[in-house]
Ligand binder design. Structure first.
Ligand code: NAP
Length: 286
């Protein structure tokens, strides 16, 4: 058996970011600089790291960016007022409110308040609805990154059997919708699924997003299947692990993503892509 191809999110991201950078230069010649505003409420250390990474990605690509760091005791009205202001600000084409928000703030109310055209996370119900219908929308970043990675295996998605393990609103559900849009036949599994290993072993493409470190091993994988591991789990020793047991899985799989360095880097790249798309649309350039 030949060794499984490792799908590097870092390498694929670098390729996409190079394309985005050159499009950004073209856009700037038309007087438009893509702009991203990030709203961070509270002191969650992981969120601060994510926001710094987004800021850096903007800098690297020549985007305009602003980060609003609000204290943990900010009121919902203060957050909504800031979102309103950003909705109206012409230099901002994408608005991202870093989740989770402190418990006293209604996340849904905040997401609903973001302009549909600036919703670069793709979480606004109108964008979710457009995804379901198959209309143009800003796609959620991690699911869009998953599809991009599968496409880059060179393996045709159309007609394949894809199994998605996990049905969350932010990963599992949108990934399954996007796979259907690419003409895969999709099976969704979740915590109540019976005979999950048997179903997963029928997959040509297996996408795993469950949040259970190393749960999926060779017993769930058809020889040669594409395996995309969305999981990001912090182990007691501080290391990051996926939902897939990488060593055991890659002994039978086809192209497979590692953790870290797989889907993770794609998420910010797709956020940058969404911001570029939003900037073009808001300026009537697409
Ligand atoms: P979530 O909201 O907790 O959803 C987990 C899903 O997995 C649920 O649908 C749940 O089923 C299912 N599940 C849990 N245990 C299962 C089991 N033993 N067997 C079968 N299904 C099971 O998680 P999420 O937000 O989708 O995130 C999933 C993973 O992806 C996490 O590790 C997260 O950190 C990671 N993630 C990574 C990125 C990235 O940028 N790479 C982005 C987002 C999330 P029920 O619906 O039946 O409860």
């Amino acid at each position: 058996m030949t060794a499984a191809t490792i799908l590097s999110g870092k390498e694929i991201s670098a390729e996409i970011r190079a394309q985005i950078a050159s499009e950004t230069v073209q856009l700037s010649k038309q007087g438009v600089t893509p702009g991203l505003a990030v709203v961070l409420v509270g002191d969650d250390p992981a969120s601060h790291v994510y926001v710094r990474n987004k800021e850096k990605a903007c800098q690297d690509l020549g985007y305009y960016s602003e980060v609003h760091r609000l204290s943990a005791d900010s009121s919902q009205d203060e957050v909504l007022a800031l979102v309103d202001k950003l909705n109206a600000q012409p230099s901002v084409h994408g608005i991202l409110v870093q989740l989770p928000l402190p418990k006293h703030i209604n996340e849904k109310a905040v997401i609903d308040a973001i302009s549909v055209l600036k919703d670069v996370d793709g979480f606004h119900p109108v964008n979710v609805g457009n995804l379901v219908i198959g209309d143009d929308s800003l796609l959620p970043c991690t699911p869009a990154g998953v599809i991009e990675m599968i496409k880059r295996t060179g393996i045709e998605i159309s007609g394949k059997h894809a199994v998605v393990i996990g049905r969350s609103n932010i990963v599992g559900k949108p990934v399954s919708l996007l796979l259907q849009r690419e003409h895969a036949t999709v099976t969704m599994c979740h915590s109540r699924t019976v005979n999950m290993a048997e179903l997963a072993r029928q997959a040509d493409i297996l996408v795993v997003a469950i949040g259970r470190a190393n749960m999926i091993d060779e017993r769930y994988i058809k020889p040669g299947a594409v395996v995309i591991d969305v999981g990001m789990n912090r182990l007691p020793n501080g290391k990051l692990a996926g939902d897939v047991d990488f060593e055991r899985a890659k002994a039978v799989s086809g192209p497979i993503t590692p953790v870290p360095g797989g889907v993770g880097p794609m998420t910010i790249t797709m956020l940058m892509q969404n911001t570029l798309i939003a900037a073009k649309r808001l300026n009537g350039l697409v």
